[in-house]
Design a protein around this ligand. Structure first.
Ligand SMILES: [Zn+2]
Length: 453
């Protein structure tokens, strides 16, 4: 009997404790958290986000009409605090604090502008514009401006409504918006939370080659810690991605440059520099540093090597490398034999999983010949302190002929005796190449190989 009473009183005590803890918990999630804390995300429910998303859809439809767009797609982004979200059921329209002098809302259509990560001829989607062209940053800064006199800085929420779910895997466009949002959200996770809602999934044709892979989109959003809702036909919102902390890069992640460098060193054709092994190794590191610097120092990208980031690097590095060979090697056809390792190594490195390889910052930032990097999960612009080429006054000194060979993978024997373009030279190169192809059993494809960069 006594035991039963004790048990009952313990159970009662536990109930009281549970109720007390629940009250504290519930009250705390209603309050805004300091800017450095993600806070309790359980407050972000379909019911709580509906009023804001509905007003965003209304705002977006009106803006689309004003812009005269007949496309379905539009994007609206808006920054609030959690307490504003709590108040939003009382809003009849978006308050002046959001749409007024320092607006915390923006409307974006897809554009036709060209951009490094997008393939030519494809529209640039609003999400890319929002992430890479400072749109998110601007509305967050406007929010900060309004909060200047408020010591209890709230943890912010960034609402993103897109008519179509942020895209993934659409053939040939060169990037996936869901990945770009994921990368953005995970990088800034300590400052604010990102919440996405969408109404439809893009499907352009019956064959299905140009459509969004919805499953992949939702997976990317989840990996960014982005809570996601599907706005259904009757206007209700269904939560399709629950909150989980953003995915971290693998602990044993390596750097892009290290992978590229190791690959280049393993190519026997790179021997034409006619240097000793140590110098050749330093020269390849210089090449890797210089090309990487040229392709990252002006980029807006940050963090992960997403599909779009890889596309940007691929296009830039091929262009930079080709232009270097054209401008500095005198005979492109011969230098092309050195392009092949660069192309192959770049392709191989960019095939690595984005969670296991990041661009690297230099371990010795003042040494442009240094072949050591540590993976860097931040803005690409901060990877290098300065241009490796400036470090050596435009002349890497390790080449055999240091006065004319600016580019480390150029064949030094040709730099010593530059030969002009001539029919005889081109024919000789073709004959040599054909003979090599016959020996290698690639007679049928030799022309393709020869013409390939
Ligand atoms: Zn997209």
């Amino acid at each position: 009997m006594l035991t039963k009473v004790r048990l009952a009183s313990r159970a009662g005590l536990l109930t009281v404790l549970f109720v007390a803890v629940s009250r504290i918990w519930n009250n705390s999630y209603l309050a805004d958290k300091p800017a450095t804390t993600p806070g309790n995300t359980s407050v972000i429910t379909a019911e709580n986000v509906q009023p804001i998303f509905d007003l965003m859809v209304e705002y977006g439809e009106a803006e689309k009409k004003k812009a005269g767009s007949e496309k379905h797609q539009f994007l609206v982004v808006l920054a609030t605090s959690k307490s504003e979200m709590e108040e939003s059921p009382q809003w009849e329209r978006l308050p002046d604090s959001i749409v007024g002098e320092f607006p915390r809302i923006d409307f974006l259509l897809n554009t036709n502008g060209s951009y490094p990560c997008a393939n030519p001829g494809h529209a640039l989607h609003g999400e890319i514009v929002a992430v890479d062209f400072g749109c998110f940053e601007r509305i967050l800064q406007n929010f900060e401006r309004q909060l200047l006199n408020d010591n209890s800085k709230p943890w912010q929420l960034l609402f993103v409504y897109s008519y179509y779910v942020p895209c993934s895997g659409i053939s040939d466009i060169g990037y996936s918006c869901a990945e770009e949002l994921m990368n953005f959200a995970r990088n800034r996770h300590d400052e604010f939370g990102v919440i996405v809602a969408y109404s439809h999934v893009f499907r352009a044709d019956i064959v299905g080659s140009r459509k969004t892979n919805e499953e992949r989109s939702l997976m990317s959003l989840k990996e960014g810690g982005i809570i996601t809702f599907h706005r259904q036909k009757k206007g209700q919102y269904q939560q399709v991605v629950e909150y989980s902390p953003p995915r971290k890069v693998a602990e044993n992640a390596t750097s892009f440059q290290q992978n590229m460098n190791e690959c280049l060193r393993n190519f026997s054709t790179a021997d034409c520099c006619a240097l000793d092994a140590a110098d050749r190794s330093r020269l390849i590191s210089f090449f890797t540093n210089d090309v990487t610097f040229r392709c990252t120092s002006k980029s807006f990208k940050t963090g992960l090597l997403t599909e779009g980031a890889k596309n940007e690097l691929w296009k830039c590095m091929m262009t930079v490398t080709v232009s270097h060979f054209v401008n500095n090697c005198y005979i492109l056809a011969t230098c092309r034999s050195e392009m092949s390792p660069v192309t192959k190594c770049l392709r191989q490195t960019l095939q690595l999983d984005m969670w296991s390889v990041l661009l690297g910052s230099q371990v010795s930032p003042s040494d442009p010949y240094s072949g050591e990097w540590k993976p860097f999960d931040g803005p690409w612009k901060s990877l290098y302190l300065q241009s490796p080429m400036e470090d050596v006054n435009g002349k890497p000194v390790l080449c055999k002929s240091d006065d004319s060979s600016k580019w480390p993978l150029c064949p030094t024997d040709l730099v010593d005796n530059p030969a002009p373009w001539s029919t005889t030279n081109v024919l000789m190169l073709m004959v040599t190449s054909l003979m090599a192809a016959v020996v290698a059993g690639k007679r049928k494809t030799w022309m393709v190989d020869w013409l390939r960069l």
